[in-house]
Each structure stands twice: as C-alpha cells, then as structure tokens.
Design a protein around this ligand. Structure first.
Ligand SMILES: [Zn+2]
Length: 258
C-alpha cells in the first residue's frame, strides 16, 4: 500500500525535512510495523511546538526541536526532532495516553540509537538543532549526512547548545508536483501538495503485525505503570557549578531494557 500524508502549506525546506525524517525513522523495525497506520494523517510543519491532535489525526511538528531526556539510569541525552514526530504519531495511532506514546517512542529510540526517557516527565530543555536526525548516542552527537551515513560530532556537554551538523538533505526546489529521484526515495508530492510514499508496504499474511498486541507485554506494562510517576530525580540540565557533578554521567552507555 502507498502511504499518504496531508502536508498543508508545506515549504520546500519542510518537504526535505519530512522526507529525511521518514527515511530515518522507517529504519526502526518497531516504527516500520506501524508505518501504514500513518496513511491519511496530517502533519503541519513549522516553527511551532511539537504536539498532536489525536482525534483529528493531526500532528504539529517543529523540525528544529530536539529534546533533552533523562533515562531510568539518570543519563542525560538529546532526542532528535524526528523522535518528537514519532511521539506525536504514536498519539495519533494509540491515543492520548502519554505512557503508551512514550513506550512506543522508547522502542523506536532504542532501534535508532537515540537516548530514552525514564517516563513521560523525564525531560529537560528543548534543544534547537539544524538536522532533523541530530541526537546524542552514548554521549556523542550523531546525525545523518546527505549520503544517508551516520556522522559523529562533538562529545555532548550536557548543555542546550547543539553543534551544527549540517542539514542532512539536498534542498528541494519549490512547486508541486515533485518527485524525488526514484533511485533515492519512493516519495513524491501530488499536485495538491500532499506527500505520497510508494514504498509498497505489504500487509503481513497473518494480518497481526500492525496491531499493538505485537508489543512485548512486559515492556508496555512497565511504561504504562509509570504514567503518574513523578519526574525522575536526576536532572542535570543546567551546567551550573552545583550541577556539574551530575553532568558527568553523560556518556555512560545507555542500557536497553530488553
Ligand atoms: Zn505525548
């Protein structure tokens, strides 16, 4: 099946950012399972807070908005703007529940080598980045380059100042319709300015693969049990003298819970 995404008032920059993001997050097997569920949703892209309106199938996405997250072992890292989109897509697919959206986000983050948060509230500050895939991984900045390879940047210092790691895409010319080179991607925009992905995702023969019960029950239970939990104690967000010791935990390898 083709996946259609409504992209009202999208700019050429937004087109490039969305395609790079989808190429990136589709590398996650856990995201790929649910990718066909995105068919028909609306993504508004711009300089606005990343949020979801699950009942109307809409996502507002800021492609520059990275997010500091704190893992269950107290590790501070930065998730990419692409992970912000994953979280909001989870709301469109699964509903308002933050624990469930965070559980899905965590699964995808582990697939992609991005840091995870202990629970929905385990976040620090927003971090502005230029590359939609830019994130930290074991204390190093990482981002995709134009060739699709992962490049490594500076050591993460725990601050909200992110290095410029390039855009990660070749700019798209203005106007519709537009088709990316078929040797590079399966994406195109129709005359109305809506995105079509002709990657022909096959529904599995047993019909079971795209439903939430594919999730490991134990993993979901762990996260769903945390919905009302308080923000985790370790909050090494600001590089003040008092908090400098805590920031030293940056760079400890993140351990996967499964
Ligand atoms: Zn949420």
């Amino acid at each position: 099946m083709d996946v259609h995404i409504q992209t009202p008032k999208i700019t050429p920059t937004g087109m490039s950012q969305l395609v790079l993001t989808l190429q990136y997050i589709k590398q996650s097997p856990n995201f790929a399972l649910f990718y066909p569920n995105m068919d028909g949703i609306t993504i508004n892209i711009g300089n606005l807070p990343t949020t979801a309106l699950p009942l109307s199938g809409q996502v507002n996405w800021n492609p520059y908005q990275g997010l500091q997250v704190i893992s269950d072992t107290g590790i501070l890292g930065v998730q990419s703007p692409a992970m912000g989109l994953v979280h909001e897509i989870a709301h469109v697919i699964f509903g308002h529940n933050e624990a469930q959206a965070t559980a899905f986000e965590t699964r995808v983050a582990l697939d992609l080598g991005e840091p995870t948060r202990a629970n929905y509230g385990a976040t620090g500050s927003e971090v502005r980045v230029q590359n939609v895939t830019q994130h930290t991984d074991n204390g190093q900045w990482k981002a995709l380059d134009q060739g699709g390879a992962t490049k490594t940047g500076a050591t993460y210092d725990g601050s909200t100042n992110a290095p410029n790691m390039g855009l990660g895409y070749i700019p798209t010319p203005p106007g519709f319709p537009w088709t990316f080179s078929p040797t590079v991607t399966t994406f195109s925009w129709d005359i109305k300015g809506n995105l079509v992905d002709k990657s022909h995702w096959q529904l599995p023969p047993d019909g079971q693969q795209f439903v939430p019960n594919k999730f490991d029950a134990e993993f979901l239970e762990f996260h769903l049990g945390q919905e009302d939990s308080a923000t985790v104690a370790a909050l090494p967000i600001e590089l003040t003298d008092a908090q400098h010791d805590a920031v030293q935990i940056v760079g400890v390898p993140e351990s996967a819970p499964y």
